[in-house]
Every structure is written in C-alpha cells, then in structure tokens.
Design a protein around this ligand. Structure first.
Ligand code: DOR
Ligand code: ZN
Length: 350
C-alpha cells in the first residue's frame, strides 16, 4: 500500500476565480495557485472577459493576488459571444489568450448573453470565421455543452450532435467538452471522434456524486452545479473513462465559488467550490480504485498535452494523513466541497 504519491503540479483545465469583487479572487485563487502549475481561467466573470484589455487586466489581477506562488501560470480564455469575429480572436491571441469558451444562453452562471439555441443550430458566418481562425492558429474551442431548451437531464446529450458537427467541419480545431456528466459524452469521445480533435474535462465532483447527493433526502445546495450530477450509470462511465487512462479525458475542476448567501438561497447558484480539497479528494478517489499511478496523467499531463504545452518540473507530494475543511464563519464566505469530510490524504507540506 502506497503511503506517498508525488505528482507534477496540476494542470487544472477549468477554474472560476471571479473578479467582480477582488476579495473573492484574493481568497479563492490561493488553493488553486498552491497546487497548480497551470489553470485555465473561465471568462464568465461579471462583467465577462471578452476583450484583449479584459484578458490583460484579469491576468494581472490573478498574478497579483497569487504572487506568493510564483510558479503558478493562469491561462486566459475569452467568452465567445454571438458577435465574436476573427479580428477579436487575433487580438486576444496576441496578448496570450489560449482559447474561447462558449456558453449556451442561460444554462449556467453569467451565461445570459451566451449563444442562443438558434445560433448553435445555425451558426452565423462570423462564428464560422472564428473557428476557422482558431483552427489555423491552434487556439482551443471550449464548450459548456448543454442545450438551453432541453430538459435539464438531457441538455448534454442534446448538445453532442453540435460538437460532432463542429469537429467534422474543423478537423484541426482543438475542441474541449467541459465538465462532462453523462455516459453519452464519454461515448462521443471514445467512439465518435474520428479526427481525435475532441477532448473532455472531468471534475472531481462528477466522479463521486450522483443526483441523490443533491436532492434525495433534503436539498443540499453545495452539491448543486451545472451540468447537474446525474445517474449512477453516468458516474460509472466517467469513472471508467478516467481509470482507462485515455489521454482525451483530463482534469478540469470547475471549482466555482459562490458565497453562502448566494448558495443557500431559494434561487441558489450552480457551482461547487472544490479547489480547497481537490488534490486530497483526487488522491482519495484514485486510491479507492487502487489506481494512484494513474493520477498524474489525469491531473497534470494529458491536459497540458492537449493544450500543446511542454511539461514542467515542479511537483507536489501527497501523503496518507487526516485532512478536513470547514464551513466559513458567515454568509459572505465560501463553503468548500465536502465540508468536514475526513480525507485520508493531505499535502505533505501542509
Ligand atoms: O456549476 C457551475 N458553476 N457550472 C458552470 O458551468 C459555471 C459555474 C459558475 O460559474 O459558477
Ligand atoms: Zn465552469
């Protein structure tokens, strides 16, 4: 039985750090910067990150608040709205943005100006030109894959034909289906991906929760996210995908903090704040499947490879020890995922 696991610092391909109130960013960037070499920062901020000035300003803010971890490198994306054009794509690439994130309208936090179902079904020329430009310049096209008008449990499945269309139309475009939650999405990546240009991120929470953990006995808002966690069968497919060691499945934590006041609310926001327990929880997950040797590929290597980045040297070490996190003192704090759970793994240096 292994008592220690050393892995390269993480490549977290999907993190929300916010910026509308720098107090939030200042707090929530720390657990990510501490364990990650790279993190891809989501642009559904308020206001959204959509221009080259936004990218520069937001990245500077993140670096400022994470300066105690100088190895940390935030990778920026812009939110692709329906008026996006190739000129904008080129201008954000010039300031280091690595891709676009597209949100269908209304499917999650801050997606009210996302792409309408009609736009997804019949994309305008300016978006076709953007994808052509991204194909040529190696930028990522990242997707929140849920159809706006679908029943909530079917939104992801209904989105898959669009992803297949996009991948066939632009065989060189690097497409990421974010935070997959269904057996259907796993099947797409494995069996309906002829150009091998679609990858998927998988969260820690989708690997361990089902809908029962959100609403079976009482409503537990801190397990509510989009796409919602689904059936035991869906979870089994996600777990098998990760344990298979297939390189097109990699970590995107989708750590998404909302203050207690916004979560414990009759219109509670979607989002699970997992970064404070991410590596500890993943070590516990891989250990429970006797697969600790598969952890580093999933958390650190496959994502970097898909993004086309060279590997790095900085590492973290996890050891068997007791580790827990607790709820914040007041409603302005952020309740982490799995509050008070006794994890069997912790960071050696903590
Ligand atoms: O649960 C989620 N929260 N899913 C998303 O796609 C967005 C995120 C957020 O920004 O809070
Ligand atoms: Zn997200």
């Amino acid at each position: 039985m292994k008592s220690e696991v050393k892995i390269l610092k993480l490549f977290d391909a999907h993190v929300h750090l916010r910026h509308d109130n720098s107090r939030i960013l200042q707090e929530v960037v720390i657990p990510t910067a501490k364990v990650c070499k790279y993190a891809v920062i989501m642009p559904n901020t308020s206001p959204p990150t959509i221009s080259h000035n936004d990218v520069v300003w937001y990245r500077d803010q993140i670096l400022f608040f994470s300066k105690q971890y100088p190895d940390f490198n935030p990778l920026m994306m812009i939110k692709m709205e329906s008026n996006c054009d190739p000129e904008l794509i080129r201008s954000v690439k010039n300031v280091g943005a690595i891709g676009t994130k597209s949100y269908p309208e209304g499917v999650t936090t801050n997606s009210s100006k996302g792409l309408a179902e009609e736009v997804i079904n019949n994309p305008p020329q300016n978006l076709l030109d953007c994808w052509e430009e991204q194909s040529k310049n190696g930028m990522i096209s990242s997707w929140h894959g849920e159809m706006p008008k679908s029943f909530v449990m079917d939104g992801e499945k209904d989105f898959l034909p669009f992803i297949s269309w996009l991948a066939n139309q632009y065989p060189k475009l690097k497409i990421i289906l974010e935070h997959i939650s269904t057996a259907d999405a796993v099947d797409l990546i494995l069996n309906k991906n002829p150009h091998n240009n679609i990858a998927a991120t998988i969260t820690y929470h989708h690997l361990i929760l089902t809908l029962d953990d959100v609403l079976k006995h009482n409503i537990y808002p801190h397990n509510y996210c989009k796409p919602v966690v689904k059936t035991p069968r869906d979870r089994e497919f996600l777990v098998k995908a990760v344990l298979s060691g297939h390189p097109n499945f990699f970590l995107g934590s989708d750590s998404a903090p909302h203050c207690v006041k916004a979560k414990e609310n009759c219109w509670g926001c979607a989002g699970i704040y997992s970064s404070p327990v991410l590596v500890q929880g993943l070590a516990e997950f891989f250990d429970s499947h006797d697969a600790l040797d598969k952890m580093e590929n999933f958390t650190s290597i496959y994502g970097a490879r898909f993004y086309g980045l060279p590997l790095w040297e900085e590492s973290i070490t996890l050891i068997r020890k007791r580790f827990s996190v607790f709820a914040p003192f007041n409603e302005f704090g952020f309740t982490p995922f799995r509050v008070a759970h006794d994890f069997g793994w912790g960071l050696k240096d903590d």
